[in-house]
Design a protein around this ligand. Structure first.
Ligand code: FES
Ligand SMILES: [Fe+2]
Length: 243
């Protein structure tokens, strides 16, 4: 049975409508988590956030808690921040430097490669117990483009390079402004929570229509700073770099 569409996209009539249920239904949200965030490459972090061996950041990516860290060999790794014993959060700190991550519940310890390296009372475990099989799990795919690291929960997804495709030009645009060719994420964080559906945020990012009304102060500031802002007859209202 064909799935219900929540979109009316009639090019001939120049009509595009979206059912409001797409923004409020928990069932649809669950499906999106599985079909969008469960299949796409999602940004994890930047190499400069974990410069030294042992540096880590813990955060939620694609709805999953992960540890983004650098091992003793200098390699960047990503593990699910979920203990293999009873599923507690292993690393509760947001960032720092560690040799091991010790679960707060029963003290199972994992190294920077996610390997289970210690647990209290190991001699009491018998039979099939094999600590080598009980390391932290990792996302199916983990890869980077110009020091920007992404994960993907789908083992069959296309490569990161193919997935990013033309979006690489935007990363290049930013990175190529650095004389050294590399970038540093500077310390300090600005965070905000939005009590709204994730699609509203994505759509708002490409909604240039609201710039003149909502962001007139910013537009004037940019214009006064010498940034060339053209108001096209149709299409986008994006500032140009002036090159
Ligand atoms: S849940 Fe982590 S050690 Fe038990
Ligand atoms: Fe207790």
């Amino acid at each position: 049975m064909a799935e219900k569409s929540y979109i009316i996209d009639d090019r001939e009539k120049n009509l595009f409508l979206l059912d409001r249920i797409a923004y409020v239904s928990e069932e649809l949200h669950d499906q999106e988590m599985e079909r969008v965030f469960g299949r796409c490459w999602v940004y994890v972090g930047h190499s400069s956030e974990i410069k030294n061996p042992g540096d880590f950041q813990s955060r939620y990516v694609a709805g999953r808690p992960v540890i983004f860290c650098r091992n003793q060999a200098g390699e960047i790794k990503c593990h699910f921040n979920t203990c293999r014993h009873r599923g507690a959060v292993v690393c509760v700190e947001r960032s720092g430097n560690k040799r091991n991550f010790r679960c707060i519940y029963h003290s199972w310890a994992y190294d920077l490669n996610g390997k289970l390296v210690g647990l209290p009372g190991e001699e009491a475990y018998s039979g099939e117990f094999n600590r080598d099989e009980l390391g932290l799990r990792s996302p199916a795919r983990f890869d980077s483009y110009k020091d920007f690291w992404f994960l993907c929960l789908d083992p069959d997804a296309p490569s990161l390079s193919d997935y990013l495709a033309g979006a690489k030009e935007y990363i290049d645009l930013v990175v190529d402004q650095s004389p050294s060719g590399t970038m540093d994420i500077i310390s300090g964080t600005q965070e905000y929570d939005i009590a709204g559906n994730w699609k509203l945020m994505v759509e708002n990012s490409v909604d240039d229509y609201h710039l003149p009304s909502t962001h007139s102060t910013w537009l004037k500031y940019m214009m006064n700073s010498g940034v060339k802002i053209e108001m096209p007859k149709e299409g986008l209202v994006l500032p140009k770099t002036g090159k």
